[in-house]
Design a protein around this ligand. Structure first.
Ligand code: ADP
Length: 499
């Protein structure tokens, strides 16, 4: 019999997406529903989510606050897509602010109340819908209070339900005052070192790590890294303590949305068997971003593709190694390649990239902002995709790029290690040529050397390049593989809870 699973998250594409978390909460429910499970997702009704094609529940939902403080009243909307039911929790004072976590400049102090209310709403929705989840699946710190609530105030009614907490990025660890916890009706007794307390403040993620029935993160290598002091961002002792209940499951990609044979964002399509469309995508992309087709047309008029195009689509911050990339850029631009960067993030990095693009208009184009369509066209049109991440829980873009025949150059960390196979020229004649390029040291020199190595192969060994493209494009990153592993974790969690 299928399981009943309720995901609770702050992001879920296409409704709300800040990063990879939004992609996972979009794709995993669809993939597990396809396996025959009853899967539902609860997320806030942010103000940009149009209610016109959502069904409003007749009754508002009352969410109890701390003792003597009454209830928060919320509207609930519902939508059913690809066998998944979505619940949207509407409370304008919390979710109608034009942002998910924090405004572009500034800081929100009531995020524990905003997302803690969402966690509490999960139980109220289950009650109002007469839906008893086998699994409450909470995502990252915003929903980390859910396992604590399940084990405390909600344990009587939901004692047969298990919780799974997935860490998408351990670095996000905000702290809050004790008062917020009491406002959410979490018992003050949980404010202790082996639960929610850390240095005198409430640390929701830490509490969730102690309380969840099982813990997962988004790649096996990241799961190992965050159990060490070097990668644990202070939580390695907790993760090590919970080590027997903790696994890494690689994220998949939505192979339906990221498919070069059907992608509606692309001007033309292609496949591993026929890459002609990829060259057209490259030409169209160069035109779109306003880069001259340097070396693309030979004197005969026949298209000749002489200059490699290197791309990045990323949040612009230190996690993504963008500071090192910027420092390396003067040397990288000497490598006879063209570059296109799409991203948004730290204003200093944005400005640094803009300045470089002004200096090198024929070689570098920088688009600051978030643009889903352009991200797809870049993945399709580029030759090489760069991800010099300082750390990377899983990373999605390196998987998208492999599927689009754009070979990734990545730092050997986290999920990048688990998803990219190093170029191996000695085996290039068979299928073991690799699918990309990995480097270890996050230094401008290592970056320049590795990009230089990849471009050399692109230029001088087109046969090897094509074999690598074909190997990359035929890798199966489909969610259906990872979804089965999640179901095994759900069953494992239930066995732990119910015996
Ligand atoms: P993270 O979640 O750490 O940002 P991931 O690689 O896991 O990194 O996921 C990033 C997701 O966000 C990918 O789907 C990527 O295409 C997308 N993305 C990042 N920046 C942009 C942008 N500026 N425009 C469009 N999509 C972006």
């Amino acid at each position: 019999m299928g399981l009943c699973i309720l995901h609770v998250a702050s992001e879920c594409a296409p409704f709300a997406k800040v990063g990879g978390l939004g992609d996972v909460v979009h794709a995993l429910p669809i993939a597990t529903a396809a396996l025959g499970h009853d899967v539902r997702v609860l997320l806030p009704r942010y103000d940009w989510i149009d209610t016109r094609d959502l069904r409003k529940h007749a009754r508002p939902l009352g969410i109890p606050l701390g003792e003597g403080q009454g209830e928060v009243w919320c509207a609930v909307y519902e939508k059913h897509i690809r066998n998944v039911t979505y619940y949207f929790l509407e409370h304008d004072a919390f979710y109608a602010r034009g942002y998910v976590y924090d405004p572009k400049s500034g800081f929100t102090s009531d995020n524990l109340l905003r997302f803690g209310t969402l966690c509490r709403a999960a139980f109220q929705i289950a009650r109002s819908q007469h839906f008893m989840p086998d699994i409450f699946h909470a995502h990252d710190w915003p929903c980390a209070l859910l396992p604590v609530m399940l084990n405390t105030t909600e344990s009587e009614v939901f004692g047969g339900s298990a919780s799974v907490l997935t860490i998408h990025n351990l670095a996000h660890q905000p702290r809050f005052p004790l008062w917020d916890l009491l406002n959410l009706d979490v018992p003050a007794s949980e404010f202790r070192g082996d639960s929610l307390e850390s240095e005198g403040a409430v640390h929701p993620l830490k509490g969730g790590l102690y309380h969840a029935t099982k813990l997962t993160t988004v790649s096996p290598t990241y799961a190992r890294e965050i159990r060490t002091p070097a990668g644990g961002v202070g939580l390695d002792p907790v993760l090590d303590f919970r080590g027997a209940d903790f696994v890494g499951i690689l994220n998949g990609i939505d192979a339906h949305e990221w498919n070069p044979e059907t992608d509606p964002y692309l001007p033309t399509h292609f496949s591993a068997r026929d890459l002609a469309g990829k060259a057209k995508c490259k030409r169209a992309l160069l035109r779109e971003v306003g880069l001259g087709e340097m070396g693309l047309s030979g004197p005969s008029g026949k298209a000749k593709n002489k200059t490699p195009l290197v791309a990045m689509v990323s949040r612009l911050n230190e996690q993504k190694g963008m500071d090192v990339m910027l420092a390396a850029m003067p040397e990288l631009l000497k490598l006879d390649a063209q570059w296109v960067v799409l991203g948004a993030g730290d204003s200093e990095l944005e400005q640094g990239l803009r300045n470089l693009a002004e200096q090198f208009p024929d070689q570098l184009r920088v688009h600051i902002g978030f643009d889903e369509g352009l991200a797809h066209r870049i993945e399709a049109g580029a030759d090489v995709f760069l991800m010099p991440s300082r750390y990377e829980p899983c990373g999605l873009n390196q998987m998208y790029s492999q599927r689009y025949g754009t070979l990734p150059i990545v730092r050997a960390t986290g999920g990048l290690v688990d998803t990219v196979t190093q170029c191996d020229l000695e085996n290039s004649s068979d299928n073991k040529a690799g699918t990309g390029f990995l480097f270890n040291d996050l230094t401008p020199e290592a970056l320049v050397n590795t990009v230089g190595w990849a471009l050399e192969i692109w230029r001088k060994q087109p046969e090897t390049w094509r074999r690598m493209q074909q190997a990359a494009m035929s890798r199966n990153f489909d969610w259906s593989v990872s979804a089965k592993e999640y179901v095994r974790v759900y069953e494992w969690a239930l066995a732990a809870k119910r015996g």
